[in-house]
Design a protein around this ligand. Structure first.
Ligand code: DGL
Length: 270
């Protein structure tokens, strides 16, 4: 793995998602690495990725990565679960900087949390069909039982700000129904948008089940990788956060607030 030349330590970390969802990962990155500059790209014109074909997701992901490489980033975080499932390996082969996705960190968190090895994974249709989570869990814990569930309606509900709408609770109940008999002890939120539904999911799935998402674990892995390569930003000035989108900066700015947990002062068009 070749690292960017010379003082790349002050370069930003680049990250992309299909839209605003990856801001849940960025929020954790900011908490874990408060002095790192971050350049975020949300492919809002082409969202959702979760229902697209593997070829299309790969093509979009490569285009997003090329866009961010032009912004001189020192590391790339694929914050989208669906893109991590279909494009991470190709991106790692194509580019020379360190690139990480969200699936391995999520799996690590789930395996740390589980005691019985009975783990449910919720994700977009694409993520679940790719079997990336299922394979990664079984690769690390061959005696685990994985219960994958595609929840295609969660993303539009969150995007439409319907978290408190009664329909959302009904849908959660319906999607989780098959899990009732499975005696899971851990539920992995394998999609950028699902952390915003965490409280409702917790209420519906019931007591005593660990709910984990990959965002915090991903931020930890970024931190470890930066130290490993000696690439942490050495200055402690306030970091610069830049946001780019492929469509409607205003919409991203408004919706992004609840995903990031802080306001977004300025969004640029790609
Ligand atoms: N960011 C996507 C993911 O984590 C969810 C939204 C979409 O389908 O594009 O899989």
């Amino acid at each position: 793995m070749t690292l960017p030349a010379n003082d790349s330590t002050s370069f930003p970390i680049g990250m992309f998602d299909s839209g605003v969802g990856g801001l849940t990962v960025m929020q954790q990155l900011i908490k874990t690495l408060p002095y790192e500059h971050i350049t975020y790209f949300g492919d809002t014109a082409r969202l959702p990725y979760g229902s697209k074909s593997p070829e299309t997701i790969l093509r979009y992901s490569i285009e997003n990565a090329i866009f961010l490489m032009q912004k001189q980033i020192k590391m790339l975080v694929v914050a989208c679960n669906t893109a991590s499932a279909y494009a991470l390996e190709n991106l790692q082969l194509m580019f020379k900087i360190p690139i990480i996705g969200v699936i391995d960190p999520g799996v690590e968190s789930a395996l740390q949390a589980t005691q019985t090895g009975r783990i449910a994974v919720l994700g977009t249709k694409g993520t679940i069909l790719s079997q990336s989570y299922q394979k990664a869990i079984l690769h690390k814990a061959s005696n685990a039982f994985v219960f994958p569930i595609a929840c295609p309606l969660f993303v539009p509900l969150v995007e439409e700000n319907c978290i408190d709408h009664p329909a959302t609770r009904l849908l959660i109940r319906d999607y989780l129904e098959p899990l009732k008999a499975q005696r899971i002890d851990t539920l992995l939120l394998g999609c950028t948008h699902y952390p915003l539904l965490k409280n409702l999911i917790k209420e519906e799935i019931g007591e005593g089940i660990h709910i984990v998402d990959s965002a915090a674990a991903c931020a930890e892995q970024v931190s470890v990788l930066l130290s490993h390569h000696g690439m942490q930003n050495r200055t402690t000035v306030s970091p610069n956060y830049r946001y780019f989108v492929s469509d409607n900066p205003m919409q991203f700015q408004l919706l992004g607030h609840s995903f990031l947990g802080m306001s977004i002062p300025h969004v640029e068009s790609r």
